[in-house]
Design a binder for this molecule. Structure first.
Ligand code: AMP
Length: 595
C-alpha cells in the first residue's frame, strides 16, 4: 500500500506536540533499542518472553505515559523496515513451488478465517450498539495476524522449513493480499457500510474498477518479478559475490530487499511485505540465498524489536480499566475465536492436530495490518475512537499472550511424544503418516536438532570437508574420485561454482556458525576434515563437531606446534602441520636423506 497508509495518522497527531528533540530519528532508535534491551532483559530474567519487554518499552515511550515521547511516524517507518527484512528472509527460504504447494489450504483457510473474524466483530459491534458497518470494520481489523509476530515465533521454533511453517506463511501471504484489496476497496465501500443507500447501482461500478486495477497491479508486479526480476536479481548478486567484497555483497542484499519492496509499493501499490517476500523468493533459487539470509540477520532482529516498540507506543494502557468487558470480548475474538476457526479448517483438510494447533497459535494475534485498517477506518468514519482503542489494546495483549499459546503447544507435543513412546515402537503414529501423505516432507528437516532454519543433509556415511581452497579442493577431488560421499562447507562464494560443476553437495557459510555442522548431518558422517588455514577458527569447528559426536574421526590443519596442541585439545584426532609436510616432501625430492 502507499505510504499514506502508514499506520498511525491519528497517533502522530497525539505524539507530535511532545517531540521537542531535534534528532527524532536518532532518539527514537536509541531510546527504543535501549529501553527494549533493558526491559527485554528483565522479562527474560523473570521468565516471560522478551517481546513483553519490547512492547512495554513502547508503552513507556508512547504519548499516553509521562516522560519522553518518541516520534510515532518514525517508529512506524522503522517497524516497516523490520517487516521488509523479515519477509525478505522468509522469501529466501521459500520457493514458488513451496508457495504453490500450500495453496489448497492457505487460500480457503485465510478466507474462512477472515470471514469468521469479521462475523464475530460484527456481532460484538452489534452487542455494543454499533452500526453494521462499524462492526464489520472491527471484525476486519481483528482478522489478520501480524507478519512479524508469526515469523518470529516460527523462526524461534525453527518451523519455517517444515510443512506447517509453509502453510502458516502461505496463509499469511493470502491474508496480506486480502488486506491489500480491502484497503483499496474500503474507500469505495465506505458509503455503503455507513448505511448510505445505494442509488442506481453506482456502488457496484465504483467497486469493480478499483478491484480490477488492484488485481491488475498485483498481477503485473508478480509477472514483472518472475520475468525480469528472476533474471536480473540473481545475476546481480552473483556478480557482486565474485568481486569478493563482503561489504558490497551485504550492501547488495539490503539494496535488493529494500529496493524491491519500496519499488513494489511505489510502482505497483502492493505492500512492502509482499514486495520483499517476492524479492526473497526469487533469490531462494540462487546458491547464494543462504549467505544472503545470514547477512540480513542482525539488522532484521534489531528492526523487529523496533516493530514491537512501535506497537507499544500506540496503546493507551488506561483502556484496561476504562473498557474491561469490550476488551475481553475483543481478545476472545482474536485469541479464541480466530484460533478455533483456523483449527477447524486445518483439521477439516485432514492435517494432524499438531499442525492445526501450530497454525492456530501463530495466527492468534493481530498487528500491523490492523493498525493500518483502523487508521483508515477512523478517517472514513467507519470506526470510532473507541473501536480503534480496542483494536490497539487487543493487539498488544494478544502479542504478549502469543508465546503462552506456543508454550501450550509445546506441552501438547511433549505429551503426545511421551504417549507415543509409551505406546512403543508398534504401529507408526497416524498423524505422522497423515503429514507425510499431505506432502512428502524433506525428512531431514524434521530432525529435532535442525538449527538456523537450514535443512539437514540426507547424506550418511559421508565425509564432511570444511574449506575448498588449495588444500580442501585436492582432498575433495580425491575423495570424489574414490566414490566416497562428500559434503563441503565453504564460506567463499567464489568456490561454489567449482563445487556445483564437480557435483559435490555443499553448504555455504562459516562452519563455525551455529547450525551449519548439524545441517551437514555430522552425526551420521564417517569423518570430518577441517582444511582451513586458521587454527583458531578450526578449533571452534572441531570443538563443535566433538560436541555432536564423541567418536567421529576429525582431521585438522595447522601451521605450528601450538596450533597442533590447540586443535588436539579441542578434540581433533589427527592434525597435519603444513610446514612439516612441505619439509618432508622436500627431503624426499632431494633424494639424499630419508624422512
Ligand atoms: P586454502 O587456505 O587455500 O586451503 O583455503 C581455505 C578455504 O577454506 C578458503 O576457500 C576459505 O574460504 C575456506 N574457509 C576458511 N574458513 C572457513 C570456515 N570457517 N568455514 C568454511 N570455509 C572456510
Amino acid at each position: 500500500m502507499g505510504h499514506e497508509y502508514l499506520y498511525g495518522i491519528e497517533i502522530a497527531d497525539a505524539a507530535k506536540c511532545d517531540m521537542h528533540h531535534n534528532t527524532p530519528l536518532i532518539s527514537t532508535i536509541v531510546v527504543g533499542l535501549v529501553l527494549a534491551f533493558v526491559l527485554g532483559l528483565v522479562a527474560q530474567r523473570i521468565r516471560v518472553s522478551p517481546l513483553v519487554g519490547y512492547l512495554l518499552a513502547g508503552v513507556l515511550m508512547g504519548p499516553f505515559t509521562p516522560g519522553y515521547v518518541a516520534d510515532q511516524t518514525i517508529a512506524n517507518e522503522l517497524a516497516e523496515i523490520g517487516i521488509i527484512l523479515l519477509m525478505f528472509g522468509v522469501g529466501l527460504h521459500f520457493s514458488l513451488k513451496d508457495l504453490w504447494s500450500v495453496r489448497g489450504i492457505a487460500i480457503p483457510g485465510a478466507v474462512a478465517q477472515i470471514s469468521a473474524a469479521t462475523i464475530m466483530g460484527w456481532a460484538l459491534g452489534w452487542a455494543m450498539g454499533w452500526t453494521a458497518g462499524k462492526g464489520i470494520m472491527l471484525g476486519l481489523a481483528l482478522s489478520t495476524a501480524s507478519t512479524v509476530v508469526l515469523l518470529r515465533a516460527m523462526q524461534e521454533r525453527r518451523l519455517i522449513d517444515t510443512e506447517r511453517g509453509r502453510i502458516a506463511v502461505g496463509w499469511l501471504i493470502v491474508e496480506d493480499m486480502a488486506m491489500v484489496l480491502t484497503l483499496v476497496l474500503l474507500p469505495a465501500l465506505a458509503g455503503l457500510m455507513n448505511g448510505e443507500r445505494a442509488s442506481n447501482g453506482m456502488e457496484l461500478s465504483a467497486l469493480a474498477w478499483p478491484l480490477m486495477v488492484t488485481l491488475g497491479k498485483v498481477g503485473a508486479f508478480v509477472i514483472f518479478m518472475l520475468v525480469v526480476g528472476r533474471r536480473i536479481i540473481p545475476w546481480l548478486l552473483h556478480y557482486v559475490a565474485h568481486t569478493g567484497s563482503r561489504e558490497l555483497f551485504r550492501l547488495a542484499v539490503f539494496a535488493i530487499s529494500l529496493g524491491v519492496a519500496f519499488g513494489a509499493a511505489i510502482l505497483f501499490d502492493v505492500s512492502f511485505a509482499l514486495g520483499a517476500f517476492f524479492a526473497g523468493m526469487i533469490l531462494s533459487e540462487s546458491e547464494l540465498s543462504q549467505r544472503a539470509a545470514n547477512e540480513t540477520l542482525p539488522l532484521r532482529d534489531a528492526f523487529a524489536v523496533l516493530f514491537f516498540v512501535s506497537v507499544g507506543m500506540l496503546v493507551d494502557p488506561a483502556i484496561i480499566l476504562r473498557e474491561p468487558l469490550p476488551l475481553i470480548a475483543t481478545l476472545f475474538i482474536i485469541i479464541i475465536g480466530k484460533s478455533v476457526a483456523a483449527f477447524a479448517i486445518v483439521r477439516l483438510f485432514g492435517y494432524p492436530t499438531s499442525t492445526a494447533m501450530t497454525i492456530s497459535a501463530s495466527l492468534a494475534q493481530i498487528g500491523e495490518f490492523s493498525f493500518i485498517l483502523v487508521s483508515l477506518g477512523v478517517s472514513l468514519s467507519l470506526m470510532s475512537d473507541r473501536g480503534r482503542d480496542l483494536v490497539l489494546a487487543g493487539a498488544i495483549i494478544s502479542i504478549m499472550l502469543n508465546p503462552l499459546w506456543f508454550a501450550l503447544l509445546d506441552r501438547y507435543e511433549a505429551k503426545k511424544k511421551a504417549a507415543e513412546e509409551a505406546a512403543a515402537t508398534a504401529a507408526p503414529a497416524d498423524e505422522a503418516v497423515a503429514e507425510t501423505v499431505a506432502e512428502p516432507p524433506k525428512e531431514p528437516v524434521k530432525k529435532k536438532h535442525a538449527r538456523v532454519e537450514l535443512p539437514v543433509s540426507a547424506l550418511t556415511g559421508h565425509v564432511v570437508l570444511v574449506g575448498y581452497g588449495r588444500v580442501g579442493s585436492v582432498v575433495g577431488a580425491s575423495l570424489k574420485q574414490s566414490g566416497v560421499p562428500l559434503l563441503v562447507i565453504e564460506d567463499n562464494p567464489g568456490c561454489l561454482e567449482k563445487l556445483t560443476q564437480a557435483g559435490i553437495e555443499k553448504i555455504t557459510g562459516n562452519a563455525a556458525a551455529p547450525g551449519i555442522l548439524t545441517a551437514a548431518n555430522l552425526a551420521a558422517a564417517r569423518g570430518l576434515i577441517v582444511a582451513i588455514p586458521d587454527a583458531f577458527e578450526g578449533g571452534q569447528i572441531v570443538a563443535k563437531a566433538r560436541a555432536i559426536s564423541a567418536t567421529l574421526p576429525i582431521i585438522a590443519r595447522a601451521h605450528s606446534e601450538e596450533e597442533i596442541a590447540h586443535l588436539k585439545h579441542h578434540g581433533a584426532n589427527f592434525v597435519i602441520m603444513g610446514e612439516q609436510e612441505i619439509a618432508k616432501a622436500m627431503i624426499v625430492q632431494i633424494g639424499v636423506a630419508s624422512v
